[in-house]
Design a binder for this molecule. Structure first.
Ligand SMILES: NC(=O)c1ccc[n+]([C@@H]2O[C@H](COP(=O)([O-])OP(=O)(O)OC[C@H]3O[C@@H](n4cnc5c(N)ncnc54)[C@H](OP(=O)(O)O)[C@@H]3O)[C@@H](O)[C@H]2O)c1
Length: 357
């Protein structure tokens, strides 16, 4: 027996990956509805060799739907999730709309699958940078509670949607073209005056990313909030505590956008309650279902290696030289897959496994 599934935001970066992943894992889909805005209505997308027409989301779009996978942004989730739930669907939401609500479980199946038991119709998928971090840290937490996390992220532009990918392509093309004109004088590259060209401000003007992203790093993801932390940084703080059921973990995050298409990387420093042996940590990570460990500490994963990968890649695991309860890791995840689409579909699989649907 299969399920009637709807994807809201099917045409977006995450929606496309959901479609791909459902097909890849042969999720039991009886019927599939693809929903987006008016702009995409009438377009066709392919699922298991069949062309399916994208529809504009409307009041009656969720009638008869069992599982609604949402990835169309927080304001759309706030509007359509209650309507979908009223129609009888379980909503698995990729946006930040409901993540911190008390009666909405925030779930990473490898970490807190049991929280699905108390859902009331809406289940939230955590932020991409939080998901890959907790998948990597939970096996260590189970050895000894983690008391402190200091994390710096290196996040791909696809985390900001399809338009941000285009922004990186356009800006890169533009700058490369200028450098090509100077290719015989590259030793003077420092002085190539592209920033002074009259049309440069137009091409390099911020769009989805608040600063030039080509050949740059931007320590600003989402809006600035309390204490001069960005919303992305606050998400990592609050979501980690909620998923791990531990308000005593101190989390300090710095989130940085980098000119990478797919794959978020994180440099993570942790302090545990008790001292651990590195061998214990390696063993726990090796056994963890969602982790692929690069055990040789001189090998490491990069975003190039993670595209299309279902596991979170962990490398460069080391101890702090001056603190016997502190360790550092390098963690890379496919932000569109485990960071969004895959985690959402895994939640649906867990609901089936736990007879919650
Ligand atoms: N990208 C990531 O790594 C990532 C990770 C975790 C969570 N998320 C979250 O997932 C959501 C989608 O992100 P994305 O990266 O896929 O964005 P995206 O590429 O910009 O796609 C947005 C999707 O939302 C649809 N949409 C926009 N306005 C709509 C409206 N008024 N009514 C119905 N549908 C509408 C778009 O449809 P049209 O084609 O018709 O415009 C498109 O399908 C966001 O909430 C984001 O925070 C993203």
């Amino acid at each position: 027996m299969g399920y009637k599934v709807a994807i809201l935001g099917a045409t977006g970066a995450v929606g496309r990956e959901i479609l791909k992943y459902l097909e890849e894992v042969n999720f039991p889909v009886d019927d599939l509805k693809l929903l987006a805005s008016e702009k995409s209505a009438g377009k066709y997308m392919e699922f298991k060799g069949e062309k399916i027409k994208v529809e504009k989301v409307e009041e009656d779009s969720f009638k008869g739907i069992d599982i609604a996978l949402f990835s169309a942004g927080a304001s759309r989730s706030k509007k359509w999730a209650p309507i979908a739930v009223k129609s009888g669907a379980i909503v698995i939401d990729n946006s930040s709309a409901f993540r911190m609500e008390k009666d909405v479980p925030l779930v990473v199946p490898e970490v807190n699958e049991k929280d699905l038991k108390w859902h009331k119709g809406i289940i939230a998928n955590p932020n991409c940078s939080t998901i890959q971090m907790v998948v990597a840290l939970k096996p260590i937490y189970d050895l000894s509670p983690i008391r402190k996390i200091v994390v710096s992220t290196y996040q791909a532009v696809s985390g900001a949607g399809l338009n941000a990918i285009k922004e990186l392509v356009d800006q890169t093309e533009f700058i490369i073209d200028i450098y090509k004109a100077y290719k015989d004088k590259l030793e003077d590259f420092k002085y190539i005056p592209y920033k002074n060209l009259p049309y440069v401000k137009e091409i390099l003007k911020p769009g989805k990313i608040p600063y030039q992203i080509a050949f740059n790093c931007v320590p600003h993801i989402d809006v600035f909030m309390d204490e001069n932390y960005t919303k992305e940084e606050w998400k990592m703080v609050k979501e980690t505590k909620k998923i791990m059921h531990d308000d005593n973990i101190s989390v300090c995050a710095t989130c940085v956008r980098v000119p990478v298409f797919i794959g978020h990387s994180e440099s993570i420093y942790i302090e545990t309650q008790d001292p651990l042996k590195l061998e214990e940590i390696y063993l726990a990570l090796e056994k963890a279902p969602g982790v692929k460990l690069y055990k040789d500490p001189r090998t490491y994963p990069t975003p190039v290696d993670v595209e299309g990968e279902n596991k979170v890649l962990v490398g460069r695991v080391r101890r702090d030289l001056d603190n016997d309860r502190a360790y550092t890791l390098w963690v890379v995840g496919d932000n569109l897959r485990k960071g969004a689409a895959q985690n959402a579909v895994q939640i649906a699989e867990s609901l089936i496994k736990l007879n919650l649907i």
